[in-house]
Design a protein around this ligand. Sequence first.
Ligand code: PLP
Ligand code: ZN
Length: 383
Amino acid sequence: MNKINARLKGFYCLHCGERFRVADYLTGCLSCQQKSLPVSLAPYYQGTGRIKNNQERMFRYGEFLPYPDFPSLGEGSTPLVKVKRLAEKYRLNLLYVKNEFQNPTASHKDRMSPLVIARAIALKRKIVSAASSGNAGVSLAAYAALTGLKCKIITQPNINPIWKRAIEKMGAEIIYTASSEERWTFLQERVQKEGWYPATNFITPPVGSNPFGIQGYKTIAYELYQDLQGQLPDWVLIPTARGDLLWGIYQGFKELQEMKKFNKFPRLVAVEPFERINKVLAGADYRLDFAGDYRLTPSVGGTTVTYQSIQAVKDSKGCAVNILPEEAEANINEISSCGLYLESSSALLIGALKKLLKQGLFSENDCVVMVATSSGYKDLPQI
Ligand SMILES: Cc1ncc(COP(=O)(O)O)c(C=O)c1O
Ligand SMILES: [Zn+2]
């Protein structure tokens, strides 16, 4: 267990292309950093991997992951649900929900945590940590509990008590900082001075979450490809904060496109509570701080974007859609009427679907997938 994938050859800088050997570059490319350029890195692999259909869940895609064998709570292989009622209403023949809340801690983060933990174990680290007010914290706590690692979740005092209880029950320690920004400085200090292994971002402008972990999100792309009988969807709608999930899914599709020689590429839509990616696409500097109200959809909150999420949206010929959090309740009602009770942040997908339909972007036979990242059981009733 926790043996590194021999195909993984290193990391490359998305901006200058410089290649680095396999290691942890948690603050990105040094030469680009010195010039205040984008610093994000992504892994690259040698040769072609194989999907192993005789294996279960995410292990099927082990040859595409940095650690093919990782601690598991049964994550992945989530259902692709055909939402017939919505499909009829909106005249889309192929409308699906990828139901990520069927993961062990009821969010997509369970595809990232096992790989972060596998890396931490390989490095013989004893403490893993995340700056998170929700799903990432719960998920990391669960996989740390599974493997006996210590887990520290850095959050703010206003953390939703549902997540707080889950994190504590799974034995992780919660550390409070007064502001969201202080979570990052606190984590950075512990990583650099005490060797805590981080699952999440801690620098500004953000470089994104742990790249070993983000590789886990590629499995969503692989599962969609297999569930759609060897086809790629036309559109994938993704609830987005800083864009880790979007970037991971993009990398998965990119590998599939190269491997299977697809002419087409799914158009990725970042669904956000207010304009961040949208502003950058319209010309704003991606390093800016984007103010907006996300109290009703905290899981896709935050005021920053990542360079790679912008690249992924642009390269896929996708777009960003911002849905006012006030619309969350109506969106929750609409998707719940199909039997899928989503966290408010995920329910914004419905608003995005309607907005794109209004813009006439879909044709009747387009395959549209909405990635439902988390369950409505996590929302407080006052939402
Ligand atoms: C429910 C939910 N949806 C989506 C996201 C996507 O966030 P990101 O764009 O940072 O990957 C998150 C992450 O915190 C989340 O908790
Ligand atoms: Zn660089």
